[in-house]
Design a protein around this ligand. Structure first.
Ligand SMILES: C[S@@+](CC[C@H](N)C(=O)[O-])C[C@H]1O[C@@H](n2cnc3c(N)ncnc32)[C@H](O)[C@@H]1O
Length: 278
């Protein structure tokens, strides 16, 4: 089956989950489009994804480029984040006895989501991001039943109370939309960087330490119950090839000549918060 045929099958199966980003009416497959009763029509791309956004034009980011996402995929698939994925899987199992649905908001190219889904028998798996280049790569995971959408976290095209787990891996989230689409006992897995995250790159670039951690957590506390927090920190040796991908995968090196950076080891230091919206 082609990627387009696969996504059409998935959208037919889960059409009850989707709403039109313009008018919030339900969507259904008509020929090869997703259409609502008000005739808002979203074409399904032959690459296996679709744009479900009400924005008239997509942001043209010079930071979140195809090259960044390709490098990120290579780093994630090299196993650098495996311990983080194991922890996230354990937390999902701990808080939701039988999780059936997951949405990754600001998914990028979706390799984190794909790795996490490999170990959970979920039914509905969806990734949204506003960066078209990211979602184009993400659509490769349609072979693992992941639905990839160009969509805005501020206007999520999913029905109310439909999702068990929202994954928010280093991305912006919308408190209103997350609360709306989560089931009553649903959770948000929020992954945040700590001061030591990629510290070898910050050091080489002469950046100050990242010190937003407390501010971000204080803001999250205003709208969520923090059910649990886990911090994982580890430093790994890396070879030249992986080092090249790591420096290219992060917005930190935007506007720098990445070939000048010489990183021999890398620190992953992330906080995983389990949140329930208030
Ligand atoms: C730091 S990246 C993280 C990507 C991915 N979660 C990962 O860890 O590889 C942040 C992502 O959020 C996306 N993003 C930013 N604003 C967004 C919005 N309003 N709606 C959807 N995605 C957004 C960006 O395009 C980018 O892919």
């Amino acid at each position: 089956m082609s990627k387009k045929e696969l996504i059409i099958e998935l959208l037919k199966k889960y059409s009850d989950n989707f709403i039109c980003p313009h008018c919030k009416k339900n969507l259904k497959i008509v020929d090869t489009s997703f259409t609502c009763e008000n005739n808002h029509c979203f074409d399904i791309n032959k690459k296996g994804y679709l744009c479900l956004t009400s924005l008239s034009s997509l942001p043209n980011s010079t930071i979140y480029t195809k090259e960044l996402f390709v490098s990120r995929r290579s780093v994630i698939n090299n196993g650098i984040y495996n311990s983080i994925h194991v922890e996230i899987i354990d937390l999902i199992r701990k808080y939701i006895s039988i999780p059936t649905s997951i949405l990754d908001i600001g998914s990028g190219e979706s390799s984190h989501l794909n790795k996490i889904c490999e170990k959970l028998s979920l039914e509905f798996k969806c990734a949204i991001d506003l960066a078209k280049d990211a979602i184009e790569l993400s659509s490769d995971y349609v072979y693992n039943d992941i639905i990839s959408l160009v969509a805005d976290v501020e206007n999520i095209p999913l029905v109310d109370n439909s999702i068990d787990v929202i994954l928010d891996f280093l991305s912006p989230g919308s408190k209103k939309e997350c609360k709306r689409i989560l089931k009553e006992n649903g959770i948000i897995i929020k992954v945040l960087p700590t001061a030591n995250y990629l510290k070898e790159i910050r050091r080489e670039l002469g950046h100050k330490e990242y010190d937003n951690e407390k501010l971000v957590e204080d803001n999250l506390k205003k709208n969520n119950t923090i059910l649990e927090t886990k911090k994982l920190e580890y430093t790994m040796p890396i070879n030249k090839e992986l080092s090249n991908d790591i420096v290219k995968m992060t917005p930190l090196t935007h506007n720098f000549e990445t070939s000048k950076l010489n990183i021999k080891e890398i620190t992953i230091s992330l906080k995983i918060l389990v949140l329930r919206p208030l």
